[in-house]
Design a binder for this molecule. Structure first.
Ligand SMILES: NC(=O)c1ccc[n+]([C@@H]2O[C@H](COP(=O)([O-])OP(=O)(O)OC[C@H]3O[C@@H](n4cnc5c(N)ncnc54)[C@H](OP(=O)(O)O)[C@@H]3O)[C@@H](O)[C@H]2O)c1
Length: 248
C-alpha cells in the first residue's frame, strides 16, 4: 500500500468501534479515503459516529452489531464484506484487585480481551488467506510485555493476544496477509479516565495516526507512541530476580 491518500474503494472493518482509540482510528482512516464498517454493541453510538464520518470525509460507512461475548455470532461478522483491512479494538481493563476478588469478572475480561480476539482473528484469517491479501491489525498493549504487580491480570490477557498475533503473522505471511500487533502505552480514553496513578497519557489521535501509518505500511508491530519501543525493550531485558524488586 502506498503512503499517498488511500483509494476510496478500500474498506476497513473496525471492531469495537465505539472505543476511544477506535474512533480516532476511524477518523484517520476516513481522512485517508478508506470506506469503513463500524462494528460494536451500541447501535445508536455507531450510527452517530458513521454519520459524522460520512459528513466530514465523504466516505461510505456501514455499521454492524458485534458482541465480543457472543462467540457464535462471530462467523457472520464479515459476511458480504470486501475488506482490505480489519482492526480489533474492543477491550476492558479491570483493576488487579477487582479481577483477583471476582473470578467471574476476571474470566469476563479474559473472554472479551482474549477469547473473542482468537475467535474473530480466525474468521478474518480464513477470509483474507483465501483472497491472498489484506491487513489484520489488533490492539494488544505495552502491559502485555511484562507482568506488573499492579495490573498483571489485564496484562496477561494482552500477552496472550500478542503471542497469538505473532504466530498468526508467521502462518499468514506466505498467504500474502499482513498481521499487525498494536501496543499502545497509556492513552487518554474512557478506559483510563479515573485511574489515580496513570501518569502521562497520549492522545487517541497520536496513537491512531501511527496505527494507520503502520497498517498502510504493512508493519508487524506498532508501539505507540514510538517511545514505548525502547522503554519496553529495556523493561523486557531486566532479569526476573531484579524485576521482582522493582515497582515499575
Ligand atoms: N486506553 C489505554 O490506555 C490503552 C492502552 C493500551 C491498550 N489499550 C487497548 O486499546 C483498546 C481500545 O481501548 P480504549 O482505551 O479505546 O477503550 P474504551 O474507550 O474504554 O473502549 C472500550 C471498547 O470496548 C468495547 N467493549 C467492551 N466489552 C465489549 C463486548 N462484550 N463486546 C463488544 N465490545 C465491547 C466497548 O463497547 P461499548 O461502547 O459498547 O461499551 C468500547 O467500544 C482496548 O483493547 C484496550 O485494552 C488501551
Amino acid at each position: 500500500m502506498s503512503e499517498t491518500a488511500a483509494s476510496p474503494t478500500r474498506c476497513a472493518l473496525i471492531v469495537g468501534a465505539t472505543s476511544g482509540i477506535a474512533r480516532a482510528v476511524a477518523q484517520r482512516l476516513a481522512e485517508r479515503g478508506w470506506s469503513l464498517v463500524l462494528a460494536g454493541r451500541d447501535a445508536e453510538a455507531l450510527e452517530r459516529e458513521a454519520a459524522d464520518l460520512r459528513v466530514r470525509h465523504g466516505v461510505g460507512v456501514q455499521t454492524r452489531r458485534f458482541d465480543a461475548l457472543d462467540l457464535d455470532s462471530h462467523a457472520g461478522l464479515i459476511d458480504g464484506l470486501d475488506l482490505a483491512a480489519a482492526v480489533l479494538c474492543h477491550g476492558i481493563m479491570l483493576s488487579n484487585d477487582a479481577a483477583v476478588a471476582d473470578i467471574h469478572e476476571h474470566r469476563r475480561m479474559i473472554d472479551v480481551n482474549y477469547t473473542s480476539y482468537a475467535s474473530v482473528l480466525e474468521v478474518l484469517a480464513a477470509c483474507f488467506a483465501e483472497r491472498g491479501d489484506g491487513v489484520i491489525a489488533a490492539i494488544s498493549s505495552v502491559a502485555g510485555d511484562r507482568g506488573r504487580p499492579s495490573n498483571y491480570c489485564y496484562g496477561a490477557t494482552k500477552a496472550a493476544v500478542s503471542a497469538y498475533l505473532s504466530g498468526l503473522r508467521g502462518r499468514l505471511r506466505p498467504k500474502g496477509v499482513a498481521v499487525l500487533t498494536i501496543k499502545p502505552g497509556p492513552t487518554d480514553t474512557p478506559m483510563t479516565h479515573g485511574l489515580t496513578a496513570k501518569g502521562p497519557t497520549a492522545t487517541p489521535q497520536t496513537v491512531a495516526k501511527q496505527i494507520v501509518r503502520d497498517i498502510e505500511r504493512r508493519r508487524s508491530v506498532c508501539y505507540t507512541p514510538r517511545k514505548w519501543w525502547p522503554i519496553m525493550t529495556i523493561i523486557r531485558a531486566i532479569p526476573e530476580w531484579l524485576f521482582k524488586r522493582t515497582s515499575l
